[in-house]
Design a protein around this ligand. Structure first.
Ligand SMILES: *[C@@H]1O[C@H](CO)[C@@H](O)[C@H](O)[C@H]1NC(C)=O
Ligand SMILES: *[C@@H]1O[C@H](CO)[C@@H](O)[C@H](O)[C@H]1NC(C)=O
Ligand SMILES: *[C@@H]1O[C@H](CO)[C@@H](O)[C@H](O)[C@H]1NC(C)=O
Ligand SMILES: *[C@@H]1O[C@H](CO)[C@@H](O)[C@H](O)[C@H]1NC(C)=O
Ligand SMILES: *[C@@H]1O[C@H](CO)[C@@H](O)[C@H](O)[C@H]1NC(C)=O
Ligand SMILES: *[C@@H]1O[C@H](CO)[C@@H](O)[C@H](O)[C@H]1NC(C)=O
Ligand SMILES: [Zn+2]
Length: 496
């Protein structure tokens, strides 16, 4: 309801400004598998975090379980087929452009409003982002990814932004490249992995200690510690498989990772013969786009190929043509890779972690195993913590996050609005003004009309029957009541 938005806007501008803003820090450790704390625990600081707040047994990423797509899902609440970042390496047939994670920075690849942008649209609210795996970020405070920035420096900088004298942030997001790097090099079951997880626990401890030193942050800051996906063991003896060994690659274009490939066929007539050959690749399944299982939510985007090869956990499908340049420029020696992500998002090894704490959340609470927390559910939780009423429709499920809350009735503030694109252009303001003017006109007309018709109805009623005037009055009363109801829409179903 557009006129309701206007009322909210007018209300916001006069009141919310003076109110103290909620505080939230989102932390992503890349490739933190859900069971690392079990495999390599006890982890003193993760246990500390467990007791301070809420956590889930595990969290399911979106398909494909790659880094860039899942980091964009975390901050938009949208499936990959909706937000369009469907792989770390992809092709857009509409623009004939290719995307490579770590290299491509053009903002066209990130078109949706993220949690940090929505936050900044509230009066006095500011967002700060450090290291997030994304090409284009425009927030009050921003530091792009730097390989040699230490965990400690990242934490110190972020907390200094929250305490900035002149322009403090109230929402921060930061990313750490570990334990993903160790997971890929040595696999999830190595002694190196154990050491890296102990280290992550110490970094977390440093963060918690720094927060506790500051009474405002200690009592007000919400903290979310999560990740993009898990990690699967790759065994050297099973490799390598090459796409070129199965199909004539001059008949197609292939984009994607070693675990999910999007195939665009050059000639539509060739699709069945190419499919026939691709089904010969061991340890993999190839689907026509329309036959992909619904649960992947990976179908409706034009960047998804005509055929999709999904490799089984533990295996990799390579391309000879990619021998020189993969992983953003520096080809890694296959013999040094012992872990990978990107497999089916429902398998255990791809699941990841979720911990959160803060005044809106319960203490020492574990989500029931019967609830499958998905990473699309985190966006509405963040909207709720940050009091963002104008949150866009997302693919999250409210009943998944409801058990975390001290006050579940707050969920009703998240009524579904349309997903908003980030780049409105100058027409946005013009349309807004037109809407405002027409609202006023319609209001004037409605008042005039109801005054006239009420007088007519009353006059006619008095002429026909004395009681009819009261009926006309009652009808008008009902009209107001219905409008009042619409002012406070309740959530009809689970999905935002
Ligand atoms: C698409 O881009 C490629 C490489 O940049 C180019 O060779 C090709 O001609 C382009 N195709 C179209 C239809 O523009
Ligand atoms: C938690 O982190 C702190 C700070 O890094 C570290 O000194 C401590 O050993 C960790 N606690 C446990 C129980 O491992
Ligand atoms: C399928 O594989 C056969 C045998 O290797 C090969 O002769 C044929 O060209 C391939 N077809 C396509 C479409 O790549
Ligand atoms: C790879 O090795 C690990 C550890 O030995 C084993 O658990 C796993 O099943 C193997 N994976 C495959 C795909 O064979
Ligand atoms: C947290 O919950 C666990 C399991 O319910 C319980 O054993 C433990 O005593 C609780 N810890 C605190 C600090 O309340
Ligand atoms: C996901 O959210 C988008 C945007 O609100 C919506 O268009 C789409 O239908 C949703 N998908 C599912 C499966 O709910
Ligand atoms: Zn990752």
């Amino acid at each position: 309801m557009w006129w309701f938005s206007i009322l909210v806007l007018l209300y916001n501008s006069s009141f919310i400004f003076s109110q103290s803003l909620p505080l939230l820090l989102l932390v992503s450790f890349n490739g933190f598998r859900w069971d690392y704390p079990k495999l390599y625990g006890p982890l003193g600081n993760f246990s500390r975090l467990e007791q301070r707040g809420v956590h889930a047994h595990s969290m399911i990423p979106t398909f494909t379980t790659a880094t860039y797509p899942n980091h964009y899902t975390l901050i938009t609440g949208l499936y990959e087929e909706i937000h369009g970042l469907i792989s770390d390496h992809m092709y857009d047939p509409k623009t004939n452009q290719t995307f490579q994670a770590g290299e491509t920075t053009a903002n066209q690849w990130w078109p949706f409003k993220t949690i940090w942008t929505l936050n900044e649209q509230m009066n006095g609210a500011r967002s700060g982002v450090i290291n997030w795996p994304q090409g284009f970020i425009s927030t009050s405070k921003y530091e792009p990814y730097k390989k040699d920035r230490s965990f400690k420096d990242t934490i110190d900088l972020m907390l200094s932004w929250f305490n900035d004298q002149d322009r403090p942030i109230n929402f921060g997001a930061m990313y750490f490249p570990e334990p993903d790097l160790t997971g890929r090099r040595t696999g999830p079951y190595s002694s190196n992995m154990k050491a890296t997880i102990k280290q992550c626990d110490e970094y977390l401890g440093y963060l918690l200690n720094e927060i506790d030193k500051d009474i405002r942050l200690k009592t007000k800051l919400h903290l979310i510690i999560t990740s993009d996906h898990g990690m699967e063991q790759i065994n050297a003896t099973d490799r390598p498989m090459y796409l070129e060994d199965f199909v004539n690659i001059n008949k197609l274009k292939a984009f994607g990772t070693e675990t999910v490939l999007n195939i665009f066929v050059n000639q539509p007539n060739d699709i069945n013969s190419i499919l026939q050959n691709l089904t010969q690749i061991p340890h993999s399944n190839t689907y026509k786009k329309e036959n992909l299982p619904v649960r992947y939510h990976y179908k409706t985007n034009s960047r998804i190929g005509d055929l999709i090869i999904i490799v089984e956990p533990g295996y990799e499908l390579h391309r000879q043509s990619f021998r020189i340049c993969e992983d953003g420029g520096t080809r890694v020696d296959l013999n040094t890779i012992h872990g990978n992500s990107g497999y089916d998002n429902q398998i255990d090894s791809m699941k990841t972690i979720f911990y959160a704490s803060g005044p809106e959340l319960k203490e020492n609470f574990t989500l029931s195993k019967s609830i499958n927390l998905n990473n699309v559910d985190i966006f509405p939780l963040m909207c709720l913590i940050l009091n963002i009423e104008k949150c866009s429709l997302s693919n999250g499920t409210l009943s998944h996050i409801q058990p975390f809350l001290n006050d579940p009735s707050k969920l009703s503030s998240l009524n579904g609005k349309e997903t908003e694109k980030l780049h409105d252009g100058p027409m946005g303001l013009v349309i807004y003004l037109l809407v405002l003017v027409s609202f006023v006109l319609i209001l004037i007309m409605a008042v005039a009309w109801s005054a006239v018709s009420f007088r007519n109805a009353s006059a006619m009623a008095r002429a026909a029957h004395p009681d009819a005037a009261t009926i006309a009055e009652q009808n008008q009363y009902k009209f107001t009541q219905i409008n009042d109801l619409k002012l406070h829409p309740s959530i009809g179903d689970d999905n935002l």
